[in-house]
Design a protein around this ligand. Structure first.
Ligand code: GTP
Ligand code: MG
Length: 240
Protein backbone atom coordinates (compact mmCIF):
# COMPACT_ATOMS: atom_id res chain seq x y z
CA UNK A 1 0.00 0.00 0.00
CA UNK A 2 1.30 3.41 -0.83
CA UNK A 3 1.00 6.60 1.14
CA UNK A 4 -2.19 7.72 -0.69
CA UNK A 5 -4.05 4.55 0.23
CA UNK A 6 -3.06 4.92 3.87
CA UNK A 7 -4.28 8.48 3.83
CA UNK A 8 -7.64 7.38 2.40
CA UNK A 9 -8.10 4.72 5.06
CA UNK A 10 -7.19 7.15 7.80
CA UNK A 11 -9.52 9.80 6.40
CA UNK A 12 -12.40 7.32 6.24
CA UNK A 13 -11.78 6.23 9.81
CA UNK A 14 -11.70 9.83 11.00
CA UNK A 15 -14.96 10.62 9.22
CA UNK A 16 -16.65 7.62 10.82
CA UNK A 17 -15.44 8.56 14.29
CA UNK A 18 -16.57 12.15 13.86
CA UNK A 19 -20.00 10.93 12.79
CA UNK A 20 -20.23 8.62 15.79
CA UNK A 21 -19.30 11.47 18.10
CA UNK A 22 -22.02 13.63 16.59
CA UNK A 23 -24.57 10.89 17.22
CA UNK A 24 -23.78 10.39 20.91
CA UNK A 25 -25.15 13.66 22.27
CA UNK A 26 -28.47 13.08 20.48
CA UNK A 27 -28.83 9.64 22.02
CA UNK A 28 -27.86 10.93 25.42
CA UNK A 29 -30.30 13.76 25.04
CA UNK A 30 -33.14 11.39 24.13
CA UNK A 31 -32.18 9.04 26.93
CA UNK A 32 -32.23 11.97 29.36
CA UNK A 33 -35.74 12.92 28.27
CA UNK A 34 -36.88 9.33 28.57
CA UNK A 35 -35.39 9.04 32.03
CA UNK A 36 -36.79 12.33 33.21
CA UNK A 37 -40.34 11.49 32.25
CA UNK A 38 -39.94 8.17 34.00
CA UNK A 39 -38.79 9.41 37.40
CA UNK A 40 -42.20 10.91 38.18
CA UNK A 41 -43.44 7.55 39.38
CA UNK A 42 -45.14 7.16 42.73
CA UNK A 43 -45.38 3.57 43.87
CA UNK A 44 -48.25 2.42 46.05
CA UNK A 45 -47.46 -0.72 48.04
CA UNK A 46 -48.81 -2.49 51.11
CA UNK A 47 -50.59 -5.66 52.20
CA UNK A 48 -53.56 -7.01 50.30
CA UNK A 49 -56.77 -5.32 51.42
CA UNK A 50 -55.10 -2.21 52.83
CA UNK A 51 -56.82 0.00 50.25
CA UNK A 52 -54.27 0.72 47.52
CA UNK A 53 -56.59 0.38 44.56
CA UNK A 54 -59.29 2.54 46.16
CA UNK A 55 -56.59 5.14 46.83
CA UNK A 56 -55.40 4.93 43.22
CA UNK A 57 -58.91 5.71 41.94
CA UNK A 58 -59.31 8.55 44.41
CA UNK A 59 -56.07 10.14 43.22
CA UNK A 60 -57.04 9.78 39.58
CA UNK A 61 -60.80 10.29 39.53
CA UNK A 62 -61.77 11.67 42.93
CA UNK A 63 -63.99 8.64 43.41
CA UNK A 64 -63.57 5.35 45.29
CA UNK A 65 -64.97 3.14 42.51
CA UNK A 66 -66.98 1.01 44.94
CA UNK A 67 -66.42 -2.69 44.64
CA UNK A 68 -62.69 -3.24 44.14
CA UNK A 69 -61.48 -6.81 44.18
CA UNK A 70 -58.02 -8.17 45.00
CA UNK A 71 -55.78 -6.89 42.22
CA UNK A 72 -54.05 -9.44 40.03
CA UNK A 73 -51.95 -6.92 38.11
CA UNK A 74 -50.38 -3.58 38.88
CA UNK A 75 -52.63 -0.62 38.18
CA UNK A 76 -50.67 1.99 36.32
CA UNK A 77 -51.73 5.42 35.18
CA UNK A 78 -50.21 8.77 34.24
CA UNK A 79 -52.48 11.65 35.12
CA UNK A 80 -52.84 15.05 36.74
CA UNK A 81 -54.11 14.56 40.31
CA UNK A 82 -57.89 14.91 40.38
CA UNK A 83 -57.65 17.52 43.13
CA UNK A 84 -55.16 19.61 41.18
CA UNK A 85 -56.43 23.00 40.09
CA UNK A 86 -53.46 25.23 39.37
CA UNK A 87 -50.34 23.22 38.53
CA UNK A 88 -50.91 20.61 35.89
CA UNK A 89 -48.02 18.31 36.72
CA UNK A 90 -48.54 14.77 35.53
CA UNK A 91 -47.67 11.93 37.82
CA UNK A 92 -47.36 8.25 37.08
CA UNK A 93 -48.96 6.20 39.85
CA UNK A 94 -48.42 2.45 40.12
CA UNK A 95 -50.50 0.40 42.54
CA UNK A 96 -48.61 -2.86 43.14
CA UNK A 97 -50.88 -5.68 44.39
CA UNK A 98 -50.19 -6.92 47.92
CA UNK A 99 -50.36 -10.61 47.05
CA UNK A 100 -46.94 -12.08 47.83
CA UNK A 101 -46.58 -13.55 44.35
CA UNK A 102 -47.07 -10.15 42.72
CA UNK A 103 -44.87 -8.13 45.06
CA UNK A 104 -41.67 -8.68 43.02
CA UNK A 105 -43.31 -6.39 40.43
CA UNK A 106 -42.25 -3.58 42.73
CA UNK A 107 -38.61 -4.06 41.71
CA UNK A 108 -39.47 -3.35 38.09
CA UNK A 109 -40.80 0.10 38.96
CA UNK A 110 -38.41 1.07 41.76
CA UNK A 111 -35.66 2.52 39.54
CA UNK A 112 -38.14 5.20 38.37
CA UNK A 113 -39.62 5.89 41.79
CA UNK A 114 -39.86 9.48 42.99
CA UNK A 115 -41.52 8.20 46.15
CA UNK A 116 -43.29 5.23 47.67
CA UNK A 117 -46.59 5.25 49.54
CA UNK A 118 -46.89 2.30 51.92
CA UNK A 119 -50.55 1.76 52.75
CA UNK A 120 -51.46 0.24 56.12
CA UNK A 121 -54.95 -0.88 57.13
CA UNK A 122 -55.45 1.11 60.35
CA UNK A 123 -58.68 -0.72 61.08
CA UNK A 124 -57.49 -4.30 60.93
CA UNK A 125 -53.98 -3.36 61.98
CA UNK A 126 -53.03 -5.63 64.90
CA UNK A 127 -53.51 -9.01 63.20
CA UNK A 128 -51.52 -7.72 60.21
CA UNK A 129 -48.87 -5.77 62.09
CA UNK A 130 -46.14 -8.40 61.74
CA UNK A 131 -46.82 -9.00 58.03
CA UNK A 132 -46.92 -5.26 57.31
CA UNK A 133 -43.64 -4.76 59.18
CA UNK A 134 -42.02 -7.58 57.22
CA UNK A 135 -43.07 -6.08 53.90
CA UNK A 136 -41.95 -2.61 54.98
CA UNK A 137 -38.64 -3.99 56.24
CA UNK A 138 -38.11 -5.62 52.86
CA UNK A 139 -38.77 -2.30 51.10
CA UNK A 140 -36.61 -0.20 53.40
CA UNK A 141 -33.61 -2.52 52.91
CA UNK A 142 -33.82 -2.67 49.12
CA UNK A 143 -30.62 -1.41 47.48
CA UNK A 144 -32.50 0.98 45.17
CA UNK A 145 -34.47 2.51 48.05
CA UNK A 146 -31.38 2.98 50.18
CA UNK A 147 -29.03 4.17 47.43
CA UNK A 148 -31.51 6.52 45.77
CA UNK A 149 -32.95 7.58 49.14
CA UNK A 150 -36.49 7.00 47.90
CA UNK A 151 -38.84 8.91 50.25
CA UNK A 152 -41.48 6.72 51.87
CA UNK A 153 -44.88 7.77 53.23
CA UNK A 154 -46.50 5.25 55.55
CA UNK A 155 -50.18 6.05 55.24
CA UNK A 156 -52.59 4.73 57.87
CA UNK A 157 -55.71 4.17 55.83
CA UNK A 158 -59.41 3.72 56.68
CA UNK A 159 -59.47 6.51 59.27
CA UNK A 160 -63.15 7.06 58.42
CA UNK A 161 -63.90 4.35 61.00
CA UNK A 162 -63.75 5.39 64.67
CA UNK A 163 -62.06 2.13 65.63
CA UNK A 164 -59.09 2.83 63.35
CA UNK A 165 -55.78 3.00 65.19
CA UNK A 166 -53.96 6.32 65.31
CA UNK A 167 -50.92 6.97 63.18
CA UNK A 168 -48.77 7.42 66.30
CA UNK A 169 -49.78 3.98 67.57
CA UNK A 170 -49.15 2.38 64.18
CA UNK A 171 -45.77 4.04 63.80
CA UNK A 172 -44.63 2.79 67.22
CA UNK A 173 -45.86 -0.76 66.59
CA UNK A 174 -44.19 -0.91 63.20
CA UNK A 175 -40.93 0.39 64.65
CA UNK A 176 -41.10 -2.25 67.38
CA UNK A 177 -41.74 -5.05 64.90
CA UNK A 178 -38.99 -3.87 62.58
CA UNK A 179 -36.63 -3.70 65.54
CA UNK A 180 -37.36 -7.37 66.27
CA UNK A 181 -36.95 -8.32 62.61
CA UNK A 182 -33.68 -6.48 62.43
CA UNK A 183 -32.33 -8.33 65.46
CA UNK A 184 -33.34 -11.75 64.12
CA UNK A 185 -32.07 -11.07 60.59
CA UNK A 186 -28.69 -9.91 61.90
CA UNK A 187 -28.45 -13.02 64.05
CA UNK A 188 -29.12 -15.37 61.12
CA UNK A 189 -26.01 -14.55 59.17
CA UNK A 190 -23.71 -11.66 58.66
CA UNK A 191 -23.15 -12.85 55.09
CA UNK A 192 -26.83 -12.44 54.23
CA UNK A 193 -26.66 -8.85 55.32
CA UNK A 194 -24.30 -8.00 52.49
CA UNK A 195 -27.09 -8.44 49.95
CA UNK A 196 -29.45 -6.14 51.77
CA UNK A 197 -28.78 -2.87 53.47
CA UNK A 198 -28.60 -2.75 57.24
CA UNK A 199 -31.36 -0.71 58.81
CA UNK A 200 -31.13 1.84 61.60
CA UNK A 201 -28.35 2.45 64.07
CA UNK A 202 -26.60 -0.56 65.62
CA UNK A 203 -27.22 -0.78 69.35
CA UNK A 204 -30.21 1.56 69.28
CA UNK A 205 -33.91 0.72 69.20
CA UNK A 206 -35.13 1.14 65.67
CA UNK A 207 -36.93 4.34 64.70
CA UNK A 208 -37.92 5.48 61.21
CA UNK A 209 -35.98 8.69 61.81
CA UNK A 210 -32.78 6.61 61.58
CA UNK A 211 -33.39 5.76 57.92
CA UNK A 212 -31.24 7.59 55.40
CA UNK A 213 -34.25 8.08 53.16
CA UNK A 214 -37.08 10.21 54.51
CA UNK A 215 -39.79 8.09 56.13
CA UNK A 216 -42.91 9.95 57.21
CA UNK A 217 -46.27 8.84 58.56
CA UNK A 218 -49.67 10.14 57.50
CA UNK A 219 -53.30 9.07 57.45
CA UNK A 220 -56.04 8.77 54.88
CA UNK A 221 -59.42 7.43 54.00
CA UNK A 222 -59.51 6.29 50.43
CA UNK A 223 -63.18 5.57 50.82
CA UNK A 224 -64.23 9.12 51.72
CA UNK A 225 -61.54 10.83 49.65
CA UNK A 226 -59.72 12.24 52.64
CA UNK A 227 -56.33 11.74 51.02
CA UNK A 228 -54.59 15.09 51.48
CA UNK A 229 -51.49 13.57 53.15
CA UNK A 230 -50.93 11.37 50.11
CA UNK A 231 -51.52 14.22 47.67
CA UNK A 232 -49.16 16.47 49.61
CA UNK A 233 -46.48 13.77 49.50
CA UNK A 234 -46.90 13.39 45.74
CA UNK A 235 -46.76 17.15 45.12
CA UNK A 236 -43.65 17.41 47.24
CA UNK A 237 -41.76 14.71 45.37
CA UNK A 238 -43.00 14.94 41.80
CA UNK A 239 -42.00 18.12 40.07
CA UNK A 240 -42.25 18.87 36.41
N1 GTP B 1 -63.61 1.83 55.65
C1 GTP B 1 -62.74 1.89 54.66
N2 GTP B 1 -62.59 0.86 53.81
C2 GTP B 1 -61.70 0.96 52.81
C3 GTP B 1 -60.91 2.12 52.62
N3 GTP B 1 -60.11 1.92 51.55
C4 GTP B 1 -60.38 0.69 51.10
N4 GTP B 1 -61.33 0.11 51.84
C5 GTP B 1 -61.89 -1.23 51.63
O1 GTP B 1 -60.87 -2.19 51.79
C6 GTP B 1 -61.00 -3.24 50.84
C7 GTP B 1 -59.73 -3.42 50.04
O2 GTP B 1 -59.48 -2.27 49.26
P1 GTP B 1 -58.55 -2.35 47.96
O3 GTP B 1 -58.28 -0.97 47.53
O4 GTP B 1 -59.12 -3.26 46.95
O5 GTP B 1 -57.26 -3.04 48.58
P2 GTP B 1 -55.81 -3.29 47.88
O6 GTP B 1 -54.80 -2.74 48.81
O7 GTP B 1 -55.82 -2.78 46.51
O8 GTP B 1 -55.68 -4.88 47.90
P3 GTP B 1 -54.91 -5.84 46.86
O9 GTP B 1 -55.29 -5.44 45.48
O10 GTP B 1 -55.36 -7.22 47.20
O11 GTP B 1 -53.45 -5.68 47.13
C8 GTP B 1 -62.23 -2.89 49.98
O12 GTP B 1 -63.34 -3.60 50.47
C9 GTP B 1 -62.39 -1.41 50.20
O13 GTP B 1 -63.73 -1.00 50.08
C10 GTP B 1 -61.10 3.21 53.53
O14 GTP B 1 -60.48 4.26 53.46
N5 GTP B 1 -62.02 3.03 54.52
MG1 MG C 1 -55.73 -3.66 44.68
Amino acid sequence: MDMEQWKEILQEWMNKTAQQLREIPIEQYLFGLFKRSKSDTILVAGLSGSGKTVLFYQLRDGSAHQGTVTSMDPNEGTFVLHSESSEKVKVCVVDVPGHSRLRPKLDEYLPQAAGLVFVVDALDFLPNCRAAAEYLFEILTKATVVKKKVPVLIVCNKTDKVTAHTKEFIRKQLEKEIDKLRASRTAISAADMSTEYALGVAGETFAFSQCHNKVSVGESSGLTGDISHVEQFIREHVRS
